[in-house]
Design a protein around this ligand. Structure first.
Ligand code: EPZ
Length: 419
């Protein structure tokens, strides 16, 4: 495992360039399996989750070529094999191979996926959707066997606007016979990015980005070129960091619309921002005001940004309340922040209070999940003294070139192997 070591309390200035979206790229790579010709995906972030998906593709017999941020995937000769649990457990997004392999082979065997320990994270909505399309789902000791004579388009209403279920069911429906309607669909930017990729291959998907997605089944998908959308969670993480420490930070290669809910929250907190077409300039204000945050599905405040935002709220004057409505265990970072001098308290497993401003002091802390780790990086950069973040591999999963990007704006940060 790696650890991140930070000498905190330095003003940061300069440019941070945003990479391709992790949560889009980890769906696009399995989606490539649907095509019987080579597809090219550009702006793929180089993060360990992509390495794990690359490993799965090669295990299945796909031809994969990676150069810089470009991935060429030829799945014409892949075999339908049980993906070893030790690989599929590495990440939550391995479950996209369920929808892709079910569509391609009408049969898939897969273990329950991995992913950050921020809640139970069942996949019942995915499985219910596969059954609605005509598949049979069996489960034995967390191994799922999903089979279908054929997949037939139908209307699927999601009890919850699940990102994963929306994407997985799009993948399963692309080549089904007839038309599928997914209602109460998730609207995150990566849903649109995946639908665009599939349409570039010849799929017939409309309504992505709204709560009703229509998929007219097609029989063949052809090769195409596609680009991963900029990562709005990486964007938001650096916007939050700049709001705490930025002397003058420009975050570039972004889509400002995708972080609208964060922009409005940062305005509440008193952060002046200059918003351009594909960049945002932020300078940390002298004083930050406390505010309340309630996480919601897109376009509401993203659950993936509430942990980084908590680090900022430790510096805001007054009492802030965070209401985490999506996951039941996404406040583990608060214990670590308290070790550094923050004043936070859990009211319930989905509601927390943060009172600020508090002086943060560098300590040895532990990343319990990806965005908790991001929260600790921000706190370490704010704190006086040295902060060591153990289990930093979590952070490296979702932030391409984190150490380089922060070093370039003046942070004293390094990565070391844990002894
Ligand atoms: C995706 O997870 C992201 N991961 C998560 O980001 C993100 O937090 C989440 O979407 C919400 O935006 C990837 O894209 C790889 P969901 P996913 O299905 O698809 C419940 C990060 O930090 N649910 O929208 O798992 C579930 O338990 C990660 O980058 C069911 O109950 O999210 C959770 O409480 C963390 N049954 C809620 O819905 C289901 O069948 C949101 O899940 C599916 C989900």
């Amino acid at each position: 495992m790696y650890k991140i070591i930070i000498e905190g309390n330095n003003k940061l200035s300069g440019k941070i360039r945003i990479s391709g979206s992790k949560n889009s790229a980890v769906a696009l790579v399995p989606a490539a399996v649907l095509c019987d010709e080579e597809v090219t995906i550009a702006n793929v972030p180089s993060i360990s989750d992509i390495d794990a998906l690359d490993e799965i593709l090669r295990f299945l017999g796909a031809k994969v070529k990676r150069k810089d941020d470009v991935m060429k995937i030829d799945s014409s000769k892949i075999k339908n094999k049980l993906i070893p649990e030790k690989i599929s457990k590495k990440l939550r997004a391995s479950y996209y191979f369920m929808g892709a392999l079910l569509s391609k082979f009408k049969k898939v065997e897969m273990h329950f996926p991995g992913g950050c320990s921020i809640g139970a994270r069942p996949i019942n909505l995915h499985l219910k959707g596969f059954e609605a399309l005509g598949a049979k789902v069996e489960e034995k000791d967390n191994l799922f066997i999903i089979t279908a004579d054929k997949l037939i388009g139908t209307k699927i209403n999601l009890d919850f606007a699940s990102v994963g279920a929306t994407i997985n069911l799009m993948l399963a429906a692309v080549k089904a016979e007839g038309t599928t309607i997914i209602s109460n669909a998730a609207k995150e930017p990566h849903i649109v990015n995946v639908a665009t990729f599939l349409n570039n291959m010849g799929a017939k998907i409309s309504g992505a980005g709204t709560s009703e997605i229509k998929i007219v089944g097609v029989s063949k998908l052809h090769s195409c070129f596609h680009e991963v959308v900029p990562d709005y969670i990486e964007t938001g993480t650096y916007m939050i960091l700049a709001s705490a420490l930025g002397d003058a930070i420009t975050i570039e290669n972004i889509i400002p619309d995708h972080v609208e809910s964060l922009i409005s929250k940062l305005e509440d907190v008193g952060v002046p921002m200059e918003i351009g077409v594909d960049y945002i300039n932020i300078k940390a204000p002298e004083k930050l005001k406390a505010t309340n945050v309630k996480t919601q599905v897109y376009p509401g405040f993203p659950t993936d940004l509430q942990q980084p935002f908590a680090a900022l709220l430790t510096q805001a004057t007054g009492k802030s309340v965070i209401n985490e409505t999506i996951y039941e265990n996404r406040f583990q970072n608060l214990y670590e922040l308290n070790k550094m001098g923050a004043t936070t308290e859990l009211l319930t497993n989905q509601k927390a209070v943060i009172v600020g401003p508090t002086k943060l002091t560098g300590k040895t802390v532990r990343a319990t999940d990806l965005r908790a780790g991001a929260s600790l990086v921000i706190a370490g950069l704010i704190a006086n003294g040295t902060t060591t973040i153990l289990d930093a591999d979590y952070v490296l999963r979702g932030y391409e070139g984190l150490v380089e990007k922060l070093t370039n704006v003046g942070a004293k940060i390094k990565l070391e192997k844990e002894d």
